[in-house]
Design a protein around this ligand. Sequence first.
Ligand code: CAA
Length: 260
Amino acid sequence: MDQSYNTLLVETDEQGIAVVTVDRPDKLNALNDELLNELAEVFKQITIDESIKGCILTGSGEKAFVAGADIKELRGLNEHHGRMKSQKGQQIFQSIEDTRKPIIALIDGYALGGGAELAMACHLRIATRKAVFGLPEIGLGLIPGYGGTQRLPRIVGQAKALELILTGKRLSAEQAKQLGLVNTVVPEQSGMEEAQTLMKEILKNGPLAIKEAMRAVYHSGEKSGYQIEAELFGKLCNTDDAKEGTSAFLEKRKPEFKGQ
Ligand code: CAA
């Protein structure tokens, strides 16, 4: 874990708790390709490094955990590249969920789109009072493409998941807690302390039981929907509506969708 990254900060303490901070604060930690590659690499290291017992994943800066996939990289994708992008993100997020060491997301700001999906791929979620959740992809002419259409219904139930995905509306930390999307809401300044306390409470237990409990809980997960999600995401990337939605965001104007 002594590797250095361009878009992540990584620190490990003497108890084997790694803190990984997504670090693109000027773009609200949006997930560009480099960042996704580095996330894949760091979680590979966390998996193989026996001295690491668990990980807290958070975001840099005052405003965001992660504000989603980098919309600049989505604009103009054709169907093939859109599907590939979705599958790549899905695989990396799956590798995070499959890490059999507890991963706690500490969300202290926006967790939108791919950011909410990243938080959902973590095993537990702690939000500070200023956290904001949402899957706004629909407003870009898209759908969640990094596992959100599969994990959100699993976590909050199908009806609420559909409501959130179809409206793209945002939730406060307290609303997210009511839905079971986050485990706890804590004051802003004590987020890291609370995440550390929860991690230590887990790590007091036997590592084998922790690992197998996680395996058992996730065993029930249905994975085939991911393929459908990636196909649809790819198809939508190639539409005029997605080009309009992503362009409108980048040009700071309201989108005009034509349904084509
Ligand atoms: N992608 C690329 N750039 C982004 C970004 C994103 N997802 N989110 C924010 N940024 C950039 C902005 O373009 C801006 O850059 P410039 O300074 O160069 O203009 C910078 O970060 C700061 O953002 P804002 O000025 O917009 O900050 P704000 O405080 O006014 O608004 C916000 C904050 C409400 C989070 C707003 O930035 C926003 O709506 N972001 C987009 C959220 C979103 O739609 N996420 C979903 C992305 S699609 C996705 O994730 C697909 C998938 O599932 C795979």
